[in-house]
Design a protein. Sequence first.
Length: 282
Amino acid sequence: MSETLSEAIRPEEIEAWQAHVGRQEIRRQRLDIESLRRFAAVQGADLDVERESPPLAHWAWFLEAVSPDGLGSDGHPRRGGLLPPVRLPRRMFAAAAMTFNSPLTLDAPAELSLTVAEVRHRSGKTGDLVFVEVDRRLTQGGLPRLTERQTIVYRGLGEPVPPIEPTDLPPHRNAEVWDPGPVDLFRFSAVTFNSHRIHYDLPYATGEEGYPGLVVHGPFTAAKLFALAQGRMGRPLKAFSFRAVAPLFAGQPIYLAPGAEDGDVQALRCDGAVAMTARAEV
């Protein structure tokens, strides 16, 4: 790792990054049906999206279009622009909390506003962490359809993640088993226009970022947990939130299971570790 990336975060850097709070970007798009159908297909959801919307359907649209010269070596868009140019090498979509006000109208114009709400720095045993909170508000016809706050976390590379050793018994007896492979990850990357190399480039994921395999997208897991929660509750969800706490890897079973309280669901790794927690409300 270069000296620039390994040196401690300086107070003046934090101040400069916090100057991005309040910055806003507006995106407009017709909510086309075929983009949504492809988003449903990668999840294994019902392709009749006109009748039933797939989990977290709003992520099918308003994707950031970046030209090749606007990408960094990791496949992410280069730092800067709306979000602060945090120099820590790892960037992760760590959490989100969303509220659904009314159904989206397909094949109709919509507007998404993105606003940087907060930038905060924390230093601990694992090194520097920078949290960037982004508020997203989707409207149609001037009416709010949903609101969402996303949490993006930046951190150093840290130590390599050791190989995950499965337990002899399933971590949860009432779980649904999901076993995404490289093709599933490639398709999810394609349908969400996500070019982060940890999801499809095995030599990069293992050699550069120190993972033992291809990393399953956090939003992919969140969509699976949304489907589980909605199925268990039997009604459309009014609110949903999730938090990623450990990485998941392609080629190993993932256990989608109920949590301790009604509305709680979780994704468990094959070694029994909790990888993502989520909560749903109707």
